[in-house]
Design a binder for this molecule. Structure first.
Ligand SMILES: Cc1cc2nc3c(=O)[nH]c(=O)nc-3n(C[C@H](O)[C@H](O)[C@H](O)COP(=O)(O)O)c2cc1C
Length: 347
């Protein structure tokens, strides 16, 4: 790759972070999680301290069902951001993902911006690459993305909305599903498929499940809008600022097909609890953690969300996450109920 082109990739990575921090990068439409109310228990018969928010993913036990989803890497400041997030994730025992490693395939000098395990050893680390890139790179190049940073799993992201809005985006998505299947068969680490903020439908979840994919991060609409970010950078095809399946609906559409991580607009431990009650196994978040890096409060933010989750369990009279997911102590508002009904999904 030419030097000029490499500089542009690094500049793009930096711009993404800067634009994502602006409030104008967020959807106007909501996740629909606000449609959910919990059924309050006035007599919990529990000790708050003992409410147990531990949860399993990838066959591992984590201290809470929260994942810091992939965001960055590929330019200088990204190393600082990733290390800050990795330290907090390791200390709380929650999984953490780096952003797309495409830049690292093109320029090996960028490896340190993703390679956080050199500094933070005890970490469940998730590597990241765009699904489209699977058409460009070989199976062994994808495998080396995982190996080079000693990752425990790989997230393959789906971002057709972002690509189509960008003037320089990748537009030929034929055969992407086929390549996902080949890569999943080739790799010996677990693979998760994630959206990047526009949500996953039941049809797409079923196609992925037919390839043996068992875990999907729906990353639905209602939080960071990648079309808005690309419009700020001069997006080409107008009118798609609010495109996407709201997170709450996407959880309902996918939860009977695969195990679901819920991200996209999760902005508190209470939002996370709502996602779990709808059927997600874990919840994930990106922008709030990026912001917390800049405000030097990543540890506080995780602690805050953990306490909120514990409090939801306590106030619904539930002792642990498994019981909470089974009990589903929620009531759902008209709009989400109607959307789900239209698509033949039971709440
Ligand atoms: C600055 C930034 C960069 C991102 N880069 C990636 C990426 O490289 N790969 C990826 O899978 N998702 C990426 N995402 C998407 C997030 O992982 C997440 O799916 C999306 O932002 C929705 O979550 P949120 O509303 O909590 O931000 C990025 C998000 C942000 C904010």
């Amino acid at each position: 790759m030419e030097k000029e082109e490499r500089d542009l990739t690094e500049l793009r990575k930096q711009q993404h972070v800067e634009k994502a921090l602006l409030s104008s990068s967020q959807y106007n439409k909501t996740t629909l999680l606000e449609e959910i109310d919990f059924i309050h228990s006035s007599l919990p018969e529990l000790d708050w301290e003992k409410t147990d928010v531990r949860a399993s993913l990838f066959g591992r036990k984590f201290s809470l069902p929260l994942l810091i989803t992939g965001m960055t890497g590929g330019y200088k400041k990204a190393r600082e951001i990733n290390i800050e997030l990795a330290k907090a994730a390791s200390s709380f025992n929650i999984p953490f993902g780096v952003g797309s490693q495409r830049a690292m395939i093109e320029n090996k000098d960028l490896l340190p911006t993703y390679d956080v395990k050199k500094e933070v050893e005890d970490l469940f680390l998730i590597a990241n690459i765009g699904a489209y890139q699977l058409k460009v790179y070989s199976n062994s190049q994808i495998e080396s993305l995982v190996k080079d940073i000693d990752a425990n799993a790989l997230a393959i992201h789906l971002n057709p909305l972002q690509e189509i809005i960008q003037p320089e985006g990748d537009r030929d998505w034929e055969n992407v599903l086929f390549r996902i299947g080949e890569v999943v068969d080739y790799l010996d680490v677990p693979v998760l498929i994630k959206e990047t903020g526009a949500g996953i439908s039941r049809e797409v979840a079923s196609s992925l499940a037919s390839l043996g994919i068992e875990l999907i991060d729906v990353s639905g609409a209602g939080g960071t809008s990648w079309s808005k970010i690309e419009y700020m950078r001069g997006g080409a095809i107008k009118g798609f600022e609010e495109w996407g399946i709201p997170t709450a609906l996407s959880i309902l559409l996918c939860r009977d097909v695969v195990d679901v991580i819920a991200s996209g607009g999760i902005r508190s431990g209470i939002d996370g609890a709502k996602a779990l009650a709808l059927g997600a196994r874990f919840f994930g978040s990106a922008k709030p953690f990026l912001q917390a890096v800049y405000e030097k409060r990543v540890f506080q933010l995780i602690e805050e969300w953990k306490n909120q989750l514990k409090t939801v369990l306590f106030l619904t009279g539930t002792k642990d996450i498994e019981e909470f997911r089974k009990k589903r102590p929620i009531i759902v508002g008209e709009k989400l109920y109607f959307y789900a009904k239209q698509l033949g999904v039971k709440i």
